[in-house]
Design a protein around this ligand. Structure first.
Ligand SMILES: Cc1cc2nc3c(=O)[nH]c(=O)nc-3n(C[C@H](O)[C@H](O)[C@H](O)COP(=O)(O)O)c2cc1C
Length: 475
C-alpha cells in the first residue's frame, strides 16, 4: 500500500453533485486549476450503461476501460450495453441491476467498473486531485463503488446524507485486500444485515499500488462531527460542514416545527453548526451552503476553515452534466430575477429535505409529475425492510403506491414524493423513454443562496466555465 502525503489541502472543493451533474469533465477542469474536482459516484452504473447505449459518441468510456485491470469484465459490460451508433431515439434504455443485499457478481462488477470510469476519466492527463462523492443513504452500492474509485487511484472520498461511520474501516479493509462485511440498516429489524463484497471479483488489481484516499465526512452539525471524530475507528480525515441553503439534500431540521405555512422545511438557530467546536476537533474542515462568493471564502478561512465546498455555481458551468436547455432555463430566470428554489420536506424518499427549482414542464409541477406512471426501475433509494415472514424486502415511497403499501409502507409517505432516480437521470439527458411515447420529467436542484450565481451571471452574461468559478472564488 502506498501512503501519500497530502502536501497541500485545497481551498475550493467543487461539490459532488449527483446524478452526473459533477461530471468527469467538470472535476478534471477544477482539478487542473489546482483545486479539488469531485465526480459524483451516485448511480454511475446507470449513467455509464446509458452512455454506452447512446453509442459512447466520444469513445471516452471505451478508451478508459482499456486501463481497467479485469478485461473479462469489460468485455461482458460492453457486450451487454454498448450499441454502435446508439439506440433508436424512442427505444427504452436497458435496466441496470438494482442495488441489493445479494447482488449478482455481474451487478457488483458493473458498479466497480462505472466508478473506475468516472474517476479515471477525471484523472486523464491530469496530475491534480480528484475526489468522488457518495450518499451514505445508498449503502448497498458503497463497497463496490469505493473499490472502483480506489482502483482508479482516487485522492478523496466524500460522503454526505447520513452518518458515514463505517467508511474509514471499509477503506482500510479494501486496502488490506479483505472480504468486506458491510453493515446495512434494515427497517423494522433489530440488527443490521451484512452485505458481502469480495474485491477478488475483479481480477488483476495491484493491491500494492492502491493508495489510501483522504476521507471527508459531509455533516451539518458539530455534534455529529464530534461523534465521528472521537473514535479512531470512525474518525474521518476532515469534514465538510454543510448548512441548510446548500443544493441537493439537506439534513432534516432539528426543530419539531419543521414545516412552515408555505409547506417548506424551516431551519433555525439549532441547525447552525458551532464552528468553534468543529475547529476544536483539530481536523481540517470546509464550509458549504452559500459559500460561493470571494467574500464568503475569506470569511470561511477567518472562521478556521481550510476553505469552502461550492456546488450551485459549478452546476451551471459549461462542464455541468445538466442539459443545456435546462441550464438556459435557469439562467433566463436568474436574468429576470424569477429563480425560485423551494426546500421540499417530502420530495425525496430518503426523508431528507430536498431543494427543488420551480421550472414549468419539470416534475416540480404537480400536474407534470402526476402525468407520469409511477415506476421504480432504478432503485437506488430503495430501503431494505424486514418482511413479516422475517425475510428482507426492498421498498421506496416513490414506487407505485399500492406496491409500497402492500410492502407495509405508510401511504402518507407516497403523497408528495418524487422519483428522484428517474428525474435526476432526465436532468442530464438520460431520462428513460416510456413505451416509446414520453420521457421521464426532469427535476432540478440548486442551493437557495444565489449571490454568487447572480454575480457570475453579471460578469459573463451567459454560461461560465468551472475554471472561471475557481478564479472568481479565489479572486
Ligand atoms: C445540482 C446539485 C446536486 C447535488 N448533489 C449532491 C450529491 O449527490 N451529494 C452531495 O453530498 N451533495 C450534493 N450537492 C451539494 C453540493 O455538493 C454542495 O455541498 C452544495 O451545493 C454547496 O452549497 P451551494 O449550492 O450553496 O454552493 C448537490 C448540489 C447541487 C446544486
Amino acid at each position: 500500500m502506498k501512503i501519500e502525503a497530502k502536501s497541500s489541502l485545497p481551498t475550493v472543493i467543487q461539490g459532488g453533485m449527483g446524478i452526473g451533474v459533477s461530471s468527469s469533465r467538470m472535476a478534471r477542469a477544477v482539478s487542473l486549476t489546482g483545486q479539488l474536482g469531485v465526480v459524483s459516484g451516485t448511480a454511475v452504473d446507470a449513467v455509464m450503461t446509458r452512455r454506452l447505449q447512446d453509442g459512447d459518441p466520444s469513445g471516452e468510456i471505451r478508451r478508459v476501460l482499456k486501463q481497467f485491470p479485469d478485461q473479462k469484465c469489460v468485455t461482458e459490460v460492453l457486450s451487454r450495453y454498448f450499441i454502435e451508433g446508439g439506440k433508436a431515439e424512442h427505444a427504452s434504455y436497458l435496466d441496470t441491476p438494482k442495488p441489493s443485499l445479494t447482488p449478482s457478481q455481474f451487478a457488483s462488477q458493473l458498479v466497480v467498473l462505472a466508478n473506475f470510469v468516472e474517476v479515471a476519466l477525471a484523472k486523464e492527463g491530469n496530475s491534480g486531485l480528484i475526489g468522488v462523492n457518495f450518499l451514505e443513504k445508498i449503502q448497498l452500492a458503497t463497497p463496490a463503488s469505493i473499490f472502483g474509485a480506489m482502483i482508479a487511484n482516487v485522492d478523496y472520498i466524500l460522503m454526505g446524507a447520513g452518518i458515514p461511520s463505517d467508511i474509514p474501516q471499509l477503506i482500510r479493509d479494501l486496502l488490506a485486500e479483505e472480504k468486506i462485511h458491510f453493515k446495512i440498516k434494515v427497517e423494522g429489524a433489530d440488527h443490521p444485515s451484512l452485505l458481502i463484497f469480495d474485491p477478488h471479483i475483479i481480477d488483476g488489481v495491484d493491491y500494492e499500488s492502491l493508495k489510501k484516499p483522504f476521507f471527508i465526512a459531509i455533516v451539518s452539525s458539530h455534534i455529529l462531527a464530534n461523534y465521528l471524530a472521537r473514535d479512531e475507528e470512525t474518525k474521518p480525515d476532515g469534514f465538510v460542514i454543510e448548512g441548510p441553503t446548500a443544493g441537493g439534500h439537506n439534513a432534516p431540521p432539528r426543530s419539531k416545527e419543521s414545516v412552515g405555512s408555505d409547506g417548506q422545511s424551516v431551519f433555525g438557530e439549532k441547525d447552525q453548526a458551532d464552528l468553534s467546536k468543529v475547529a476544536a476537533l483539530g481536523l481540517p474542515f470546509w464550509l458549504a451552503g452559500g459559500y460561493g462568493t470571494p467574500e464568503k471564502v475569506k470569511q470561511a478561512i477567518s472562521l478556521g476553515a481550510t476553505g469552502v465546498q461550492v456546488g450551485s455555481l459549478f452546476a451551471l458551468t459549461t462542464e455541468s452534466g445538466i442539459t443545456e436547455n435546462l441550464r438556459n432555463e435557469v439562467l433566463s430566470r436568474v436574468q429576470s430575477g424569477t429563480l425560485e428554489v423551494r426546500t421540499e420536506p417530502h420530495a425525496s424518499s430518503t426523508g431528507f429535505p430536498f431543494k427543488v427549482i420551480e421550472i414549468n414542464g419539470t416534475a416540480s409541477e404537480d400536474s407534470v409529475y402526476q402525468g407520469r406512471t409511477r415506476q421504480c426501475d432504478l432503485g437506488y433509494l430503495r430501503i431494505p425492510y424486514k418482511r413479516p415472514d422475517d425475510g428482507i424486502g426492498y421498498r421506496c415511497s416513490g414506487e407505485p403506491t399500492r406496491t409500497f403499501v402492500f410492502k407495509g409502507g405508510d401511504i402518507d409517505a407516497t403523497k408528495d414524493v418524487r422519483c428522484l432516480c428517474n428525474a435526476l437521470m432526465a436532468n442530464i439527458g438520460f431520462g428513460q423513454v416510456r413505451w416509446g411515447t414520453y420521457s421521464e420529467p426532469a427535476l432540478l436542484t440548486l442551493g437557495s443562496d444565489f449571490s454568487g450565481i447572480e454575480e457570475l451571471h453579471a460578469i459573463h452574461n451567459h454560461f461560465w466555465t468551472s475554471s472561471e468559478v475557481v478564479e472568481y472564488l479565489l479572486r
